[in-house]
Design a protein around this ligand. Structure first.
Ligand code: SF4
Length: 404
C-alpha cells in the first residue's frame, strides 16, 4: 500500500487520544452527536473504531465465535460480534497498538440508529454489563428528503440526551462551548472533504485504501483542534502530490468507486491487486460518510440533527442513486464496485436493484463482490481476484468503446 507521510502522524495522534481517555467517558456511535458530548467535557470512545481495528489487525476471527456462544448470530454485524467477543475474552488490540490495557469504562453510552438498529443491540449489551446510563437516538430512517418535522424530532431527542448527559457530567451544557465544538467539527469536515477531493485529479494521489487509514481522526477526534491539524497537514501533502502529478497507482488506467464497507482484513491484498492492474479506487461511499457539510455553529443543535440524519446510509434508494451518480461524475469513474457485505445489509446497496439503476442512468459497468467487513469466512481471495480481473478487462473494453 502506498505510504503517505501523513499516515506516520497517526500513530502518535491516536496514542495520545487513547491514553487521554479519562473519566468522564462517553461511548458513542461513529455518526452520533459527539459534539454535544465533547462540549459537556466528556472524552469520547467509539466502539466501531475498535471493531475496525479488530478487523484490520485480523483478530476478529478469534473473537467472533465467543459472541456466537453468547447468543449473537453468525449473520449479524461482525463489528458487533468481534467487539463483544473480544470483550468477553478480556482482550483488545488497543494493548498492542497503543499500550492500553483494556477498553475505557463508560460513564455514559449514547447511540444513534441513523445507521442501523444493530448499534442499539450492541451498545445495550455494554449498558447491561457496565450498568451505566444509556440513551438511544432513533431518528426517522431511509429518507428521500429531510423535512422540518424530521429535524424537530431529532432535536427533541438530542435534548433528551443533553438532560441525561448533564446529570452524568454534573454540569450544564454551555451553548458557547457547543458552538465552538461544532465549528471545530465543521472545519475538520471541510478539510476531510478537500483531502478526499484530491483524488479527483487524474492520476489520483491516493486511493480508498489510503483513505481508510487516514479517516481515523474524522471518526474519533472530530470537534478537536488536533483533528484539524492532522487534516491540514494531510491536505498540504496531497496537494503537493497533485501539483507534481504523482500517482498512487502508477500508470493509472482505470478509476473505480467502492460502494459499501471496507474489507478490513484484506485491505493490503486488495490494494496490491488493484495497483498491479492499474486500477485506482478514487472514491467511496464509506469514507464520504464522515463529511458533515451542514454543520453550522450558529445553529448548533438543528445543524447537528441535519448532519447526522442526512448521511448516505439513512437515505432512500432514490436519494442514494442521485448521490452515486453525482460522485461518479465528479471523480470521473470508469466503473462501480458494490461490496455485498454479508453481515451488514445496512451498508450493502446491491440487493434491491441499485446497480442496475445506476448502470441505466450512467451507462457505466458495475460489479458486485461478496465479502464482509470483519468476518473473512465470507470472503474468498481467489474468487474475488478472478472476478475483479475480469471486471478490469470489461472496463478497458468499455473505455475503448465509449472513447472511440
Ligand atoms: S452499519 Fe453495519 S457495520 Fe456498522 S454497526 Fe451497523 S450493522 Fe454494523
Amino acid at each position: 500500500m502506498p505510504q503517505l507521510k501523513s499516515q506516520l502522524n497517526l500513530k502518535p495522534l491516536l496514542t495520545d487520544y487513547y491514553k487521554g481517555l479519562k473519566s468522564p467517558i462517553a461511548w458513542c456511535t461513529s455518526v452520533g452527536p459527539v459534539e454535544i458530548l465533547r462540549a459537556l467535557g466528556f472524552e469520547v470512545y467509539f466502539p466501531e473504531n475498535h471493531g475496525a481495528l479488530l478487523g484490520a489487525s485480523r483478530m476478529a476471527a478469534q473473537y467472533i465465535p465467543k459472541a456466537h456462544q453468547a447468543g449473537y448470530a453468525g449473520e449479524i454485524c461482525s463489528y458487533l460480534t468481534s467487539d463483544i467477543g473480544a470483550w468477553l475474552s478480556g482482550e483488545t488490540p488497543l494493548t498492542k497498538a497503543y499500550g492500553i490495557a483494556e477498553v475505557p469504562k463508560p460513564d455514559l453510552i449514547v447511540f444513534n440508529t441513523n445507521q442501523c438498529r444493530e448499534v442499539a443491540e450492541w451498545f445495550n449489551f455494554f449498558s447491561r454489563e457496565y450498568g451505566c446510563p444509556t440513551v438511544g437516538i432513533f431518528p426517522p430512517r431511509h429518507l428521500e428528503t429531510i423535512s422540518t418535522a424530521d429535524i424537530d424530532q431529532v432535536v427533541a431527542q438530542f435534548e433528551a440526551v443533553i438532560d441525561v448527559a448533564e446529570k452524568v457530567a454534573g454540569s450544564r451544557l454551555d451553548p458557547g462551548r457547543l458552538r465552538e465544538v461544532v465549528a471545530l467539527s465543521r472545519e475538520a469536515s471541510d478539510l476531510w472533504t478537500r483531502v478526499l477531493s484530491t483524488a479527483k485529479n487524474v492520476p489520483a494521489p491516493m486511493t480508498f485504501f489510503d483513505d481508510t487509514i487516514l479517516m481515523a481522526p474524522i471518526v474519533v477526534l472530530r470537534g478537536t483542534q488536533e483533528c484539524i491539524n492532522f487534516y491540514s497537514a494531510a491536505l498540504a501533502e496531497l496537494e503537493g502530490l497533485v501539483g507534481t502529478n504523482t500517482a498512487a497507482v502508477p500508470e493509472e488506467r482505470l478509476r473505480i468507486y467502492w460502494e459499501g464497507m471496507p474489507i478490513w482484513g484484506r485491505l493490503r491484498f486488495l490494494a496490491d491487486m488493484f495497483k498491479v492492474n492499474g486500477a485506482a479506487v478514487v472514491a467511496s461511499t464509506y469514507c464520504n460518510s464522515w463529511i458533515f457539510d451542514s454543520l453550522d455553529p450558529d445553529d448548533p443543535l438543528r445543524s447537528l440533527a441535519h448532519a447526522y440524519t442526512q448521511i448516505f446510509i439513512n437515505r432512500g434508494e432514490n436519494a442514494k442513486l442521485d448521490m452515486l451518480v453525482k460522485m461518479s461524475a465528479g471523480f470521473q469513474i470508469d466503473g462501480m464496485l458494490f461490496h455485498d457485505s454479508k453481515t451488514c445489509f445496512n451498508n450493502t446497496n446491491s440487493r434491491f436493484g441499485l446497480p442496475q439503476r445506476f448502470r441505466e442512468k450512467t451507462g457505466l459497468p458495475t460489479l458486485t463482490i461478496d465479502g464482509d467487513l470483519n468476518d473473512l469466512r465470507f470472503f474468498s481471495d481467489g474468487q474475488t481476484q478472478t472476478r475483479l480481473e475480469t471486471f478490469f478487462e470489461q472496463l478497458v473494453a468499455h473505455q475503448k468503446l465509449t472513447r472511440a
